[in-house]
Write a protein that binds this ligand. Structure first.
Ligand code: PMP
Length: 332
């Protein structure tokens, strides 16, 4: 039996997540598919890594002093990661989100000691959009920094310096492909760059949800979105600073139905409760492994826990309202 050593402090719990072989997807692809268990981070998502690297970068630049404040416009996993990292390092966190977001998310952020600022939903062009509001609050608050996860490349550095070397070591250098979806693009760009630095022959795939513009960009050179998706945290319409120079070889477009198919099977057959972006990543991994051929070894990201979506993905009324299939055991 191998046990891990004592962890010296709570922030050291971020990263070093397990890599699990996924049985059903491996069988479906005739390959070996591995999932990086990012739900095992303290904030239960991949965004803890970006949060830690963004805060450490601000400290190193001298932008964040003891007792300072971290401000970000996000309703999701990044806010949760930033709130936890802020608590661990003695900072305050201010999270700006549209008031249309779910009650669960507001309650979670409040529970984690973040100060919540709710703003009316507005288009990105509106100066009161939550991202612009968060930048303004950071500028106006003494001792505050704006995390700016989309265009702050400390985000992708987290994956160059931690996610990629972990996957490379866990797979003992035997890896043919890596694939995931993009929100800010930090995970795909950073992990892709980091893995290619070990072996440039590793194929990097993009699993793009419907409604995002990146599939068309990497396939045809044109940023164009088609359709829509209910997946949270992914689906990008522009080349963020984190995506600039991302080494993406093979883009795939993955539907919500394909993602939900794997969310259902991984829960029912392997006991893994995941969010929809993880399902879309696994569907992408199956497609990439098939393209790479029998016996190929492909890694992907299991981005966050399904417990975060009990009122949506795991709620029959919500699924029906969205026209999505309901997992059979929820119909009892
Ligand atoms: N899945 C979920 C659930 C997320 O919250 C995010 C973060 N936006 C992603 C995937 C994508 O990660 P990234 O921002 O690194 O592209």
């Amino acid at each position: 039996m191998t046990v891990s050593a004592i962890t010296p402090d709570s922030l050291s719990l971020i990263g070093n997540t397990p890599l699990v072989r996924l049985k059903g997807p491996s069988e479906a692809a005739g390959a070996d598919i591995f999932g990086k268990c990012e739900f095992a981070n303290p904030g239960a998502s991949v965004k803890d890594r970006a949060a830690l690297w963004i805060v450490r970068d601000a400290e190193e630049r001298g932008a964040l002093q003891p007792g300072g404040t971290i401000v970000e416009g996000t309703a999701g996993n990044t806010g949760i990661g930033l709130a936890l990292v802020a608590n661990a390092l003695g900072y305050k966190s201010v999270i700006v989100m549209p008031e249309t977001q779910s009650r669960e998310k507001m309650d979670t952020l409040r529970a984690l000691r973040a100060e919540l600022v709710l703003v009316p939903a507005a288009p990105f062009s509106n100066p009161n959009h939550f991202v612009h509001t968060s930048r303004r609050i950071a500028e106006e608050t003494p001792g505050a920094v704006w995390a700016n996860q989309f265009d702050n490349i400390a985000n992708r550095r987290a994956h160059i310096e931690s996610t990629a070397p972990e996957i490379w070591a866990q797979m003992e250098g035997r890896i043919d492909g890596f694939i995931c979806a993009a929100g800010t693009g930090g995970t795909i760009a950073g992990t892709g760059m980091g893995l290619k630095a070990f072996d440039e022959k590793i194929t990097v795939g993009l699993a793009d949800p419907h409604g995002a513009a990146l599939y068309n960009y990497y396939a045809h050179g044109e940023l164009k979105a088609e359709g829509s998706s209910v997946a949270e945290g992914i689906g990008q319409g522009r080349i963020t600073a984190n995506l600039e120079g991302a080494p993406i070889d093979t883009p795939f477009r993955i539907s919500d139905q394909e993602g939900l198919y794997w969310v259902e099977r991984l829960l029912a057959e392997e006991g893994l409760c995941l969010g929809l972006s993880s399902g879309i990543n696994v569907a992408g991994a199956v497609a990439l492994a098939k393209a790479l051929g029998p016996g190929s070894r492909v890694a992907t990201i299991l981005c966050d826990t399904g417990f975060r979506y009990l009122s949506s993905l795991y709620n029959p009324a919500w699924l029906k309202a969205k026209g999505l299939p309901v997992f059979p055991w929820l119909e009892q």
